[in-house]
Write a protein that binds this ligand. Structure first.
Ligand code: TMP
Length: 238
């Protein structure tokens, strides 16, 4: 049994702890919510438990469908044992439908269904506000190798195919999402961080109702209720 040791890091939504096994870490999900690079702060009661459990179920499902992840074992409602990785400092965003920063940047309405999904990368750097970059920029900055970017791209589109079909079976449209990848000790790339309503846009297929963190970002109300509803939909299937 691995033992929880000292805190290694505290992020905006999670704390990370060392363990007695140097190859394993424990992540502890908080109810804290931020938006706009931490400018907006709040609490979403129960979010940590929902995000922990949802992310774990989805990562197990992805593993079964050919995407390696950092997931090892759920330890408690808020805590999960994960493989230690060095995070590739890229936020990988896949979009199926226009929304958020895409709609704003290109001056289009939200809700345009794309013929094929898009991928974009941001440099994971809070001080710079996670600037958008292309894969040549990532190479120039030494953030990842070409082979790693190719692997990450293939996994990201695979995650999209698997999760789009899964959420469809729950009556939910997967609009877009953000992924982070990490390197194991031997350099193997695995999916890391979390997959949750904090990191995905999830719309009710019938009504278009938002069932994700946009309710918090945009002050739409019913934030906790949306997280509970999306958990209910997931639990019916996984
Ligand atoms: P965006 O439209 O604001 O660029 O967001 C795209 C997707 O990425 C959306 O599903 C929310 C998610 N996201 C994060 O997980 N973390 C972030 O810091 C941001 C800005 C977006």
């Amino acid at each position: 049994m691995v033992e929880k040791k000292e805190q290694l890091y505290e992020g905006k939504a999670k704390k990370v702890y060392k363990t007695s096994d140097p190859a394993l870490l424990i992540v502890d999900y908080k109810d804290d919510a931020t938006a706009f690079n931490g400018l907006k702060k709040g609490t979403i009661s129960g979010k940590g438990v929902i995000n922990n459990q949802m992310s774990n179920r989805l990562m197990e499902f992805l593993e079964k469908n050919g995407v390696p992840t950092h997931f090892v074992q759920e330890l408690s409602p808020r805590e999960t044992l994960v493989k230690k990785v060095s995070i590739v400092p890229l936020e990988v965003i896949i979009r199926n439908i226009s929304a958020g920063s895409f709609a704003k940047r290109y001056g289009v309405e939200e809700g345009i269904v794309f013929q094929q999904p898009t991928i974009e990368f941001s440099y994971k750097n809070d001080e710079l506000g996670d600037p958008l970059l292309n894969h040549y920029h990532a190479l120039a900055l030494g953030l990842a190798t070409q082979a790693e970017i190719d692997t990450i791209t293939a996994y990201a589109f695979r995650v999209n195919e698997v999760l789009k079909a899964f959420w469809k079976s729950c009556g939910v449209t997967l609009v877009d999402f953000k992924l982070e990848f990490g390197r194991l000790e031997d350099g193997t790339i695995v999916l890391a961080d979390e997959i949750s309503p904090d990191t995905c846009r999830l719309w009710d297929m019938e009504t278009g109702e938002k069932l994700d963190k946009d309710r918090f970002r945009r002050d739409l109300g019913g934030v906790e209720e949306a997280y509970v509803e999306i958990r209910r939909r997931l639990e019916e299937k996984l």
